[in-house]
Ligand binder design. Structure first.
Ligand SMILES: Nc1ncnc2c1ncn2[C@@H]1O[C@H](COP(=O)(O)OP(=O)(O)O)[C@@H](O)[C@H]1O
Ligand SMILES: [Mg+2]
Length: 235
């Protein structure tokens, strides 16, 4: 298949699955309104909302991919911990049965990044950590710094990633097909976008295996007044 056919096939499939589910639940509600109790109605509306969110995320990811090559980023000096906190709260809303723990560097070090893109990176990584691990397990977010760098680690207790797959997961539309991942839905765009954005902001991303689960580490240059002047980034 050409890249474009590949793209259309993947996107159509990804769009159709949630749309079919939204239509199905809407039809059931319309056809059986009087027979359904309030709990069922609430449950069906919950599914419709969840599937709509999935569609919105997918469309945002697709728009991101098409815009990425020409997108100019606004680099600013931002405190790392306080930029991550709202992201953890958003993912927590979606994954209510996971535990989220933040172990933050007390000095709240600053990084020079585009805030919105940095948060998009964090959403993708923290969401994956929850998505590829069981309910009840813990997702940890750790920050630390050296003179030159600020590091953010996202650790999960999930299904893990083999060494062979570690090479593949950052590719466009790349998803690992095995019995554990097959029932989890996704477009395979999240890590491609993440890696592209990290590269654009002069950062590095590394994936490692833990005793149980995986760790993704992103490292960005720490805010440094001399570099800041040299690159003339916006403050
Ligand atoms: N924390 C993780 N644990 C295990 N596998 C992961 C994790 N994060 C990503 N993966 C694997 O990498 C693939 C690519 O991730 P991503 O680009 O975010 O796409 P998506 O989540 O839409 O499938 C996933 O399909 C999954 O197989
Ligand atoms: Mg993902």
């Amino acid at each position: 298949m050409t890249n474009q056919e590949d793209f259309i096939a993947t996107v159509s499939h990804e769009l159709r699955t949630p749309l079919t589910s939204i239509r199905g639940f809407a039809q059931t509600m319309l056809a059986s309104w009087d027979r359904l109790d309030d709990d069922s109605k609430k449950k069906f509306l919950g599914i419709i909302e969840q599937q709509s969110n999935r569609l919105i995320n997918l469309v945002e990811n697709i728009l991101s991919v098409t815009k990425l090559p020409n997108e100019s980023l606004i680099l600013k000096n931002i405190p790392v911990n306080s930029s991550i906190t709202p992201v953890v709260q958003i993912v927590q809303q979606q994954y209510k049965h996971h535990k989220f723990i933040t172990l933050f560097d007390k000095s709240n070090p600053s990084v020079t990044v585009d805030l919105e893109k940095f948060q998009q990176i964090m959403i993708n990584l923290i969401e994956n950590a929850a998505k590829y691990s069981d309910e009840g397990s813990t997702v940890k977010v750790l920050t630390s710094h050296t003179d030159k760098n600020v590091s953010v680690k996202i650790q999960d207790e999930g299904i893990g990633i083999t060494d062979e797959d570690k090479e593949k997961i950052f590719g466009k539309f790349s998803r690992i097909d095995n019995p554990l991942t097959r029932k989890i839905q996704g477009s395979g765009l999240g890590l491609f976008i993440t890696k592209t954005l990290v590269d654009k902001m002069h950062g590095k991303i590394v994936v490692r295996s833990l005793d149980k689960g995986s760790e993704f580490e992103v490292i960005f240059p720490a805010y440094n007044i001399e570099d800041h002047v040299k690159c003339s980034v916006t403050q």
